[in-house]
Design a protein around this ligand. Structure first.
Ligand SMILES: Nc1ncnc2c1ncn2[C@@H]1O[C@H](COP(=O)(O)OP(=O)(O)O)[C@@H](O)[C@H]1O
Ligand SMILES: [Mg+2]
Length: 329
């Protein structure tokens, strides 16, 4: 069963194409991650699916409802946790939820029960009547999630759910999200955006890497990493340059590099290349001291498909924003 399906979904801002003719199907009951650098089009995509933004062309169905012609039904069936929709910190957690329940037309006689239910789900019951001003960052994020779940949505949209939180709190939020989908037994689909590799890797059942408004690849984190497994192998030895020259025209090796005492090879297919390299080394009388096969990570996957490091991208972005703000002064 499909929870979300997009059809050539496109959003342009003037001449900029933020989301480019996207076709994506997301299965019911999964935690799906859109992984991409700043400006990739993740929030724009989410906003269109939530009917906050109109597409330039194309369309999508969310819970089987068309985002263009059945936007009201879409809205009633989804929960949204966006950075921009803020919690009022002069109210208590419970008051914030009550306000939201009224906004979403939760029936009067059900409001109190629903609030207790989501507070318990996100383990906020004992602090429910304290002012939000006294909450930690992680508690506020949990309250936002509680709010998103108040009207029993089938799909929860989370835009960068753990941005700005410390590592321990981030892991807590991940386990809440996983617990939620488990408890709802396939009736809750979570679509989240992230620029964190570990979040995509450890939280999501499936990941789509998105860049410049397009999906480059989608699969489970396990498969994505598996496909690159054994791509990079390091050999420690006394003079790596000799072996490097013997391997330079091997058709299964795409890159050879050396550092002092270290030879690194990038292989196309791992197969039994390690044995082959050992044989070549032995024939040439070269002794290999140590070998390590590089375990591929989401960082490697991202770099492989986009050709860039997400950190660098962010730094560039930060630097240019910083420069702009300096110029304005
Ligand atoms: N309201 C807008 N007007 C003009 N450009 C926008 C607007 N919203 C987003 N953009 C641009 O669209 C691109 C995608 O943005 P966004 O979806 O926010 O990316 P992400 O969430 O992946 O960081 C960026 O280049 C951004 O500057
Ligand atoms: Mg964004």
């Amino acid at each position: 069963m499909v929870a979300i399906q997009t059809y050539n979904l496109t959003k342009q801002f003037g001449t900029l194409t933020a989301v480019n003719s996207l076709n994506l199907a997301i299965h019911k009951g999964t935690i799906f991650g859109l992984l991409g650098p700043n400006g990739a089009g993740k929030s724009t995509l989410l906003s269109m699916l939530c009917t906050i933004l109109n597409p330039t062309s194309g369309t999508a169905t969310v819970n089987g409802y068309d985002i263009l012609t059945e936007s009201e039904k879409v809205r009633q069936s989804i929960g949204i946790v966006f950075q921009s929709i803020s919690i009022d910190d002069r109210l208590t957690g419970r008051e914030n939820l009550k306000f939201h329940a009224m906004l979403y037309n939760v029936p009067e006689d059900k409001i109190a029960g629903r609030i207790d239910e989501v507070l318990a789900l996100l383990e906020l019951s004992d602090r429910a009547d304290d002012l939000v001003r006294t909450y930690s960052g992680g508690m506020i994020r949990r309250l936002e999630m509680a709010r998103g779940l108040l009207h029993h949505p089938h799909i929860l949209f989370l835009d960068e759910p753990t941005i700005g939180l410390d590592p321990q709190t981030r892991e807590h939020i991940w386990s809440y999200i996983q617990e939620l989908t488990r408890k709802k037994k396939g009736d809750l689909t979570v679509l989240l955006t992230t620029h964190y590799m570990d979040e995509a890797d450890l939280l999501c059942d499936e990941v789509a890497i998105i860049d410049k408004g397009q999906i480059i690849v989608r699969d489970t984190p396990g498969n994505l990493k598996q496909d690159l497994q054994g791509e990079k192998i390091s050999f420690n030895m006394k003079s790596p340059e000799i072996l490097a020259s013997l391997l330079s025209d091997n058709p299964r090796i795409c890159k050879v590099s050396t550092e002092s005492g270290l030879l690194e090879v990038q292989v196309i297919h791992n197969g039994n290349i390690v044995q082959e390299i050992f044989d070549i080394a032995r024939e040439a009388g070269i002794e290999i001291d140590h070998i390590s096969i590089h375990e591929s990570s989401m960082h490697d996957v991202f770099l492989h498909y986009t050709g860039k490091e997400i950190r660098k991208e962010e730094d560039d972005n930060f630097t240019s924003q910083y420069r702009k703000s300096r110029r304005r002064r």
